[in-house]
Design a binder for this molecule. Structure first.
Ligand SMILES: [Zn+2]
Length: 312
């Protein structure tokens, strides 16, 4: 199983680059969700994300999480600012041009440049935390300049978001020789993927629908939620309305609020609840539930899962 760690930059209280109503944290989250969705068509690949919603995550938490998980590749996704235009990417500046990371970057760079439809600013190196502290080959992509008029036009276009994601995916497919799932397997997966958690983004994702901020705003309007700003309350209200609408085709399960009842994995359980399943968050939860010195061992995870279930 190839493990790909997707790291949408910034989030929560840190918007990253901002210009003219666009925020880096929203754009890179959209791109990362789309990469994740596209990767589901392939077998033998496991994806983990540093954040799946608009959440504050420290840089150290991101690399700790990827290291703990044992990722094979760390892919950090960003948008640039500061008066340039086009695409560029970075690897750690202490690596030689003969390193694996450098050779892998060549493949990613080529694939993304083919799709992004922007000026190519080249392959660069830097001493960024996520590149330095991740123990696996790591790449940081800067997908256009938010404060450049031409680049910003692209960023407002969902087709461009998809193309950028596809460029990243094409690179990963090449690097790790990923093979498409058989058609029947894929559709079986679709059918069984009835999302029960509380994240509107994950819900739309599971339904194979556009989960961008713009589309959620549109859906909110259609469902009578005025002045949508993506607050937690509005997202939950939108999720409930969409679920009500879908009731005829998609029965709402009575176990809605209790998460995945069958799983023996605390990570899958948290995910099914729309909760953060990162090591850092599990450590926090473990502490709250009196599990001392949490290191994510199997027995600690089993204990944590039992305690979380009992709380429901
Ligand atoms: Zn950034």
């Amino acid at each position: 199983m190839v493990k790909i760690y997707l790291d949408p930059g910034h989030g929560g209280t840190d918007p990253g680059a901002v210009a003219d109503g666009l925020q880096e944290k929203d754009l890179v989250l959209d791109i990362a969700h789309e990469i994740n969705r596209l990767l589901r068509r392939y077998q033998g690949v496991d994806v983990r994300m540093s954040r799946t919603s608009d959440r504050t995550v420290r840089l150290q938490q991101r690399t700790d999480d990827a290291n703990q998980w044992g990722a094979d590749y760390f892919l950090s996704i960003h948008i640039n600012a500061g008066g340039g235009t086009g695409y560029e990417d970075f690897i750690y500046n202490q690596l030689s041009s003969g390193s694996d990371t450098s050779a892998m970057r060549d493949v990613m760079h080529q694939s993304i440049v083919e799709r992004i439809g922007m000026r190519n600013r080249g392959k660069k190196t830097a001493n960024f935390h996520v590149l330095r502290a991740s123990r696996m080959p790591a790449l940081l992509t800067e997908n256009g300049f938010i404060d450049h008029a031409d680049d910003a036009v692209n960023m407002r276009d969902q087709t461009w978001i998809r193309q950028v994601a596809q460029g990243h995916v094409n690179g990963l497919v090449g690097l790790f020789q990923l093979e498409q799932r058989q058609q029947s397997e894929a559709s079986e997966d679709e059918k069984t993927r009835t999302y029960q958690g509380n994240s509107i983004v994950d819900y739309l994702n599971a339904m194979g629908k556009d989960h961008s901020y713009q589309n959620r705003k549109k859906l909110a309007e259609t469902h009578g939620i005025t002045n949508y700003q993506g607050t937690a309350e509005q997202n939950l209200s939108l999720l409930n309305k969409l679920r009500d609408n879908n009731q005829s085709q998609q029965p709402v399960l009575s176990s809605d609020a209790t998460g995945d009842l069958d799983t023996t994995s605390v990570v899958d359980y948290l995910k099914s609840m729309g909760e953060d399943a990162s090591f850092a968050h599990r450590k926090d939860l473990a502490q709250q539930f009196g599990i001392a010195n949490y290191r994510g061992t199997a027995s600690q995870n089993t204990e944590l899962l039992a305690k979380l279930r009992r709380q429901q």
